[in-house]
Design a protein around this ligand. Structure first.
Ligand code: MRU
Length: 348
């Protein structure tokens, strides 16, 4: 069972995903700045895992605060949230977790709690966010698993597994685990996911651990595999879903979605409601992270491209809702029109 981030008395523990699959090393992060660096530098990655880590980072910032004055603690927490909020712009789970922790602080303050009581309340709420995330993935696995047919091959892009969430299930890989749990035979095609290779390094590693058959392909092979009838469904995760069902996910997802439509392969998106941003009317408003160009020009220390070449390194793209067959959440399966089906899930 993979749980990539944990709370401990010493600080926040993170499995260093930069070293997988060749090394399993845990880091102990003892300050909120170390947690922020861990999110920014991809020690932990994946939208729900980033949200859980942000909550733990805020709890750690509160725990390390020295003093008894509530106003000073509030100032410190504002600063902690600002630093953590600047780590990665696309995954809305980060901002969702920050807002929830801020609300928890305000409620405790209004109730007249002391600084030491508030510290404990924030730690407990971060743990609750983590537990709720795992429970959401369990339900996504159940609802999504029902959509996958027996004896099918599912293509996935990036890593939307236990490593990318609070743990255990994952979103896209949760759907596959759910189908397997329901007694179905499922095999997976994993896109390697250039440039950061989350598919090759992480998805392949996770699925091998669970004995789920997985075949690794380069990103450019997915069209060929669909053309040959080798893909029965595509399941991906998401970093932010706009109110109209446009989906931001790892760069290359849009390409896979267009290919899936061309080949009449269902294209499913699996994500908790903490990934749905009703404040973003469409995908146009979703900020797209651009990362260091070295991720493209180099593989570790090996230089691939000539020095001085111009490079774009967009980490995410937006798949318009017309390419999405259904969005699987912990509340069930949302279908078109997504504006209504997603809103209803929030109202329930
Ligand atoms: O840059 P990353 O590795 O954080 O990107 C991760 C993804 O794009 C995932 O597909 C997404 O966050 C969903 S994770 C359940």
């Amino acid at each position: 069972m993979i749980i990539p981030v944990k709370w401990s008395d010493e600080g926040v523990l993170m499995l260093d995903q930069r070293l997988l699959p060749t090394e399993e090393k845990w880091l102990t992060l003892r300050s909120f700045t170390e947690v922020a660096d861990g999110i920014r530098d991809m020690v932990v990655r994946g939208a729900p895992a980033i949200g859980v880590s942000a909550a733990y980072g805020i709890a750690l910032g509160a725990k390390n605060f020295v003093g008894t004055n509530i106003a000073d603690l509030e100032d410190e927490l504002d600063y902690v949230c600002e630093v953590i909020g600047k780590t990665r712009p696309t995954a809305v789970n980060l901002f969702w977790a920050i807002e929830r922790m801020k609300r928890t602080f305000q409620k405790a303050k209004l109730e007249g709690k002391s600084v030491s009581e508030i510290k404990q309340i924030l730690i407990e709420d971060a743990k609750a966010i983590h537990e709720e995330d795992i429970e959401s993935q369990r339900l996504i696995a159940k609802f999504g698993g029902e959509l996958i047919e027996n004896d099918s091959t599912v293509l996935t892009h990036c890593n939307a597994g236990a490593l990318a969430t609070g743990g255990v299930w994952g979103t896209a890989l949760g759907v596959i685990r759910g189908a397997v749990d329901q007694g179905k035979t499922v095999s997976v095609i994993a896109d390697e996911t250039r440039p950061y290779l989350q598919g090759a390094r992480l998805t392949a590693w996770e699925l091998l651990q669970d004995d789920i058959p997985v075949t690794l392909i380069t990103d450019s092979m997915s069209g060929h595999m669909m053309q040959k009838g080798k893909v029965h469904a595509v399941v991906v995760g998401s970093d932010r879903i706009a109110a109209n069902g446009d989906v931001a996910n790892k760069i290359g997802t849009y390409m896979v979605a267009v290919l899936a439509k061309q080949h009449k392969v269902p294209f499913y998106v699996a994500a908790p409601l903490s990934t749905v941003d009703l404040n973003c009317p469409t995908g146009e408003e979703i900020p797209i992270e651009e990362r260091n160009i070295r991720e493209i020009t180099h593989v570790q220390h090996i230089q691939l491209a000539p020095e001085g070449v111009s490079v774009n390194n967009y980490a995410f793209d937006v798949t318009p809702n017309e390419f999405v067959t259904a969005i699987i959440t912990e509340k069930g399966v949302a279908r078109k029109p997504f504006t209504e089906s997603l809103r209803k899930m929030f109202e329930e």
